[in-house]
Design a protein around this ligand. Structure first.
Ligand SMILES: Cc1cc2nc3c(=O)[nH]c(=O)nc-3n(C[C@H](O)[C@H](O)[C@H](O)COP(=O)(O)O)c2cc1C
Length: 242
């Protein structure tokens, strides 16, 4: 059974955050009640070169489980090899592929949200990673566009390539953090994706926010609000009693 199938829905998990979601912080969130925790993104190139700093970022304690380690990269063979190394050395509950990072540096190197623009190349990466590991592979992405069908199409293609769960930040790449995450669109996307598990991401900061926005989604990721106060998970998971 995959990690997300063992959790009572809706799933309330710690979002991946570069520079923040290291082991110690994840443990705090898990203790406070987070259903699952994501590592920050780690470069697949650094993993296959056994760079100590990258390997350290992948380490975790058993009390964090379920823990999902996130990788990024533009080369499918390197991504696959990195996933294989992660499974052998760390055995996490899930491996997540970053198709969401919006920064300029990522675009220049061909990874992150710019990968949403080429679904056949993205599917090639997902397929390669899935073939290299038996652990559940998930995808973290931004909105492809404000058109629900384009998002549904992308998710279905990645699902067909082997990804089993999706987290979608409800903003497009060029928005960075401006405006609000579009949860109305996230719910429409979920509706079009049927049984494919989808977690929403963006601006979750209270139990009331979840009550107002979660709808048909399978759960949510919590980023900046958890960064401000990891204890927020104790409050947010009360949504399960609704
Ligand atoms: C400081 C910071 C670092 C982030 N690093 C990552 C990352 O490594 N991988 C990723 O997929 N998303 C990353 N994100 C995006 C978050 O996972 C999340 O989708 C986004 O912040 C919106 O959710 P929030 O409003 O709950 O923070 C980062 C966000 C922040 C604020």
């Amino acid at each position: 059974m995959d990690w997300f199938e063992k959790i009572k829905k809706p799933i309330i998990a710690l979002a991946p955050m570069h520079g923040y979601t290291y082991s110690e912080f994840r443990q705090k969130c898990a203790k406070a009640g987070a259903d699952a925790v994501y590592s920050e993104m780690v470069a697949s190139e650094a993993i296959i070169r056994d760079v100590p700093q990258a390997m350290e970022m992948l380490g975790f304690e058993q009390n964090e489980r379920p823990v999902i380690l996130q990788i990024f990269g533009s080369n499918s063979e390197v991504m696959a090899k990195a996933a294989q190394i992660i499974e052998e050395r760390f055995s996490p509950d899930g491996i997540d592929i970053n198709f969401g990072c919006p920064v300029q540096k990522a675009a220049k190197q061909g990874f992150g949200s710019c990968q949403l623009a080429d679904d056949s190349e993205a599917a090639k990466i997902v397929k390669a990673v899935c073939s290299a590991t038996s652990i559940a592979v998930s995808v973290k992405m931004r909105l492809v566009s404000f058109d629900a069908n384009e998002n549904i199409d992308f998710i279905k293609k990645m699902h067909q390539a082997g990804a089993r769960l999706f987290s979608v930040h409800g903003r497009i790449r060029t928005q960075k953090y401006r405006g609000h995450a579009d949860w109305n669109l996230l719910r429409k996307i979920k509706q079009g994706c049927g049984d494919i598990p989808i977690l929403g991401s963006g601006d979750v900061d209270s139990l009331q926010f979840l009550k107002d926005n979660l709808g048909n989604l399978d759960g949510a990721l919590v980023g900046r609000a958890a960064k401000r106060d990891p204890e927020i998970f104790g409050e947010l998971v009360k949504i399960k009693n609704d």
